[in-house]
Structure formats: structure tokens, C-alpha cells
Write a protein that binds this ligand. Structure first.
Ligand code: SAM
Ligand code: DTB
Ligand code: SF4
Length: 364
């Protein structure tokens, strides 16, 4: 049961969200147990592979170039450093790596070729690979799928009505198209939202309504609490109470019984009791490691302690779907062939000129 047929209208969802808290948690916990092992929680690590300097105006985001935040812009990481970080995340118990880039959209260039190589390399480590790179067309989605991408993250963030209050440089419809492109390529979808941006409860359930009307709802639904970062338009937003996080997690769990509900940004502001209620209410994944993309997150050790106290166990990779098979990428193969040919030509020219280095021509 991908969508719970008991809840179909916005009014029904509102009523559910506003139920007496413990009744809501009990209903969510009961459904959670029917579809998931309640002791298992997936640990997914985030890695910002390209940081800051983004042309978009998402009002919550410290990586938008137009806001003056403390985030330092960095160009794309190397494939080698990504592998090192992935190995470290795996050694600390993470079974998934989500690589994020502060891009408006994916472009067909050398950077994207490198991301394709990163996906192949992390899939080879037997970790679930997720990417969040902004907008994506169908061909790009197919390249990522063939490289071994397990999931694509692209959040709708809030209801269609509230969305325009926070973002103006990209439409809600654009986001739906990207999700569709990932879906068509056979990649699982990770899509969710942020609460605490000044939206009404109607907008929180409005986000869930958007997923309800999809042919297939996301396999993973991250619920983030706004991390209010100095310099962003939302810097002065009052932090939400953790009860709101618990309500949102529980409502999401009840409406989408099969999806993984991810307790995402905002855990540093929650105590262990609050997080325990989220797990009780159906959260079955967290972001693990001391950094989200650019902001702090609990350390691996703190989460290990929490797992021990609550009797939780990390979920193994590919428990919810087969490991994708990485296939050679024709664009990368052609580039490598061209590079090898050029190196051979240079070597031959060097021999023919009795050791004199021929002038190197850099081809962009
Ligand atoms: N640039 C890509 C995009 O926007 O799709 C990928 C990276 S973006 C940082 C991924 C998601 O992180 C956003 O859609 C948003 O939901 C979440 N996010 C960003 N800043 C946040 C913040 N300050 N608090 C909570 N969530 C945040
Ligand atoms: C998601 O829903 N939340 C993550 C992940 N998907 C990419 C990102 C949270 C970012 C929080 C702000 C930051 O660290 O920059
Ligand atoms: Fe750019 Fe993504 Fe941040 Fe929006 S959320 S400003 S698209 S990095």
C-alpha cells in the first residue's frame, strides 16, 4: 500500500496532523510496524561535492551566491576525495551516500562526467548512491542510472501555494519535471520538504498532497526542520517546536506506509526523547555524520549512543531494492580513448624528435 486510502483530502490530512499527539504517534507506530522493521534505521551520509556560489534564490539556503553567509564556495571535489569520504562514512555505519551540488541544474560538461565517475565509484563500494544536483533532464538521468545511481533527491520543499514565498528562480512545475525524469530513468525518488519557514500547517499537508497525486510517491521522504542560517532571508525564523517535527513525521508515515521517512535537517536542535518519538512515529532514516551539506549535524558517536539507548540498528545497504549494475559510460569512455590516443601521439612525436618535447596543445 503506497498511499493510505483512508486519507485522501486536505481536510482529512489536516485533521490527522492535528490529532492528539499521542494518538497520532500510536496510529503512525502501528502502521510503521506493518511495513517496516521498527528497529532498523538507515544511516545516510551527506557530502557537499560542490559548495556555494549557486545562482538560485531559495530563501533558506546558505549556498545561494546572492546571500552573504559564512559558506565558502568550492569547486567540484575530485573523484579520489569523494571515495575517501565515502569509505569513512561506510566505516562509521552509513549504508548510503548522498552527494549534493549547489547547482541550479546539471549541465553536460566535464563536471557532470566526473559526477558520473563518482557515482560508479561509490556504487562499487556497495553503498546506496544518491545525488542532489538540481534540475535534471531525461538523458542526464539515464546516464546517472547507468552509472549505478540508486536515488535522486529533489525536494518540493512545501506546498505549491507557499513555494513562491521562498523561491522565485525556479517553478514548482520544474521540480515536478525533474522528479519525473529521475523516475522515468528507473531511479528511486527521494523528495520531501522543510518545516519552520513560516508556512501554515495547511502548507505542510499541502506538500504531502503533492506526493499523493503522483503516480508513484517517493520511496524516501525527507522531513527537514529549517536550519536558520545568518545571512539568508529566513535567518530570523523562530525555531519550530520538536512536537511539530514529530507530527510531520507521523502524518507522513501514515499517509505513505511504504516510503522511508527521513528525519533530516534540524536534529541538533532536538533532544534524544524528541528523536525517539520520531522513530516511534515511523522515521526510519537519518543523515549521519557531523555535517549536513554546510551546517552541523550530530556526530557519529552521539548517534551510536542514541542507537544503543533506543535499541536501534543501522539498516544494511540495498535492503529495499537491488544494487544497480554500473555500466561503462560512453561519453567518458570516448574521452578516455581520445586522451590515450593523444598521449600515444605525444610519445611517438617525442621519439621521432629524439627526446625533444613537442609543444603541448591543451584541448578544452
Ligand atoms: N542545489 C540542489 C537543489 O536545490 O535541488 C541540491 C542541493 S539543496 C541544498 C538540497 C535541499 O536541501 C533543498 O531542496 C532543501 O530542501 C534542503 N535545504 C537547504 N538548505 C536548508 C536549510 N537551511 N534548512 C533545511 N533544509 C535545507
Ligand atoms: C534533504 O532533504 N536534506 C538534506 C539533503 N536532502 C540533501 C540537505 C539539508 C541541508 C541543510 C543545510 C545545509 O547543511 O547546507
Ligand atoms: Fe542552490 Fe539548491 Fe541552495 Fe537552491 S537549495 S540555492 S538550488 S544549492
Amino acid at each position: 500500500m503506497k498511499v493510505n486510502p483512508q486519507y485522501q483530502t486536505k481536510e482529512q490530512l489536516l485533521e490527522l496532523y492535528n490529532k492528539p499527539l499521542l494518538e497520532l504517534v500510536f496510529e503512525a507506530a502501528s502502521i510503521h510496524r506493518q511495513y517496516h522493521n521498527p528497529r532498523e534505521v538507515q544511516m545516510s551520509s551527506l557530502l557537499s561535492i560542490k559548495t556555494g556560489g549557486c545562482p538560485e534564490d531559495c530563501g533558506y539556503c546558505p549556498q545561494a551566491a546572492r546571500y552573504h553567509t559564512d559558506v565558502e564556495a568550492h569547486k567540484l571535489m575530485s573523484v579520489e576525495s569523494v571515495i575517501e569520504q565515502a569509505k569513512n562514512a561506510k566505516a562509521n555505519g552509513s549504508s548510503r551516500l548522498c552527494m549534493g551540488a549547489a547547482w541550479r541544474e546539471v549541465r553536460d560538461n566535464k563536471d557532470f562526467d566526473n559526477v558520473v565517475e563518482m557515482v560508479q565509484a561509490v556504487n562499487d563500494l556497495d553503498m546506496e548512491v544518491c545525488c542532489t544536483l538540481g534540475m535534471l533532464n531525461e538523458e542526464q538521468a539515464v546516464r546517472l542510472k547507468n552509472a549505478g545511481l540508486f536515488a535522486y533527491n529533489h525536494n518540493l520543499d512545501s506546498s505549491p501555494e507557499f513555494y513562491g514565498d521562498v523561491i522565485s528562480t525556479r517553478e514548482y512545475e520544474d521540480r515536478l519535471n525533474t522528479i519525473d525524469n529521475a523516475r522515468k530513468a528507473g531511479i528511486t525518488v527521494c523528495s520531501g520538504g522543510i518545516i519552520g519557514m513560516g508556512e501554515a500547517v495547511e502548507d505542510r499537508v499541502g506538500l504531502l498532497m503533492s506526493y499523493m497525486t503522483m503516480e508513484t510517491p517517493p520511496e524516501s521522504i525527507p522531513i527537514n526542520a529549517l536550519v536558520a542560517v545568518e545571512g539568508t532571508p529566513l535567518e530570523n525564523q523562530k525555531p519550530i517546536e520538536q512536537w511539530e517535527m514529530i507530527r510531520m513525521v507521523a502524518t507522513t508515515r501514515i499517509v505513505f506506509p511504504e516510503s522511508v521517512v527521513r528525519l533530516s535537517a534540524g536534529r541538533t536542535k532536538m533532544n534524544m526523547e524528541g528523536q525517539a518519538l520520531c522513530f516511534m512515529a515511523g522515521a526510519s532514516s537519518i543523515f549521519a555524520g557531523d555535517k549536513l551539506l554546510t551546517t552541523p549535524n550530530p556526530e557519529f558517536n552521539e548517534d551510536k549512543e542514541m542507537f544503543d539507548i533506543l535499541g536501534l540498528i543501522p539498516k544494511a545497504a540495498f535492503a529495499d531494492g537491488e544494487k544497480p549494475v554500473s555500466q561503462p559510460d560512453p561519453i567518458i569512455e570516448a574521452r578516455k580513448e581520445k586522451e590515450a590516443l593523444r598521449a600515444k601521439e605525444l610519445e611517438e612525436a617525442k621519439c621521432a624528435s629524439h627526446g625533444f618535447e613537442p609543444r603541448k596543445i591543451v584541448v578544452e
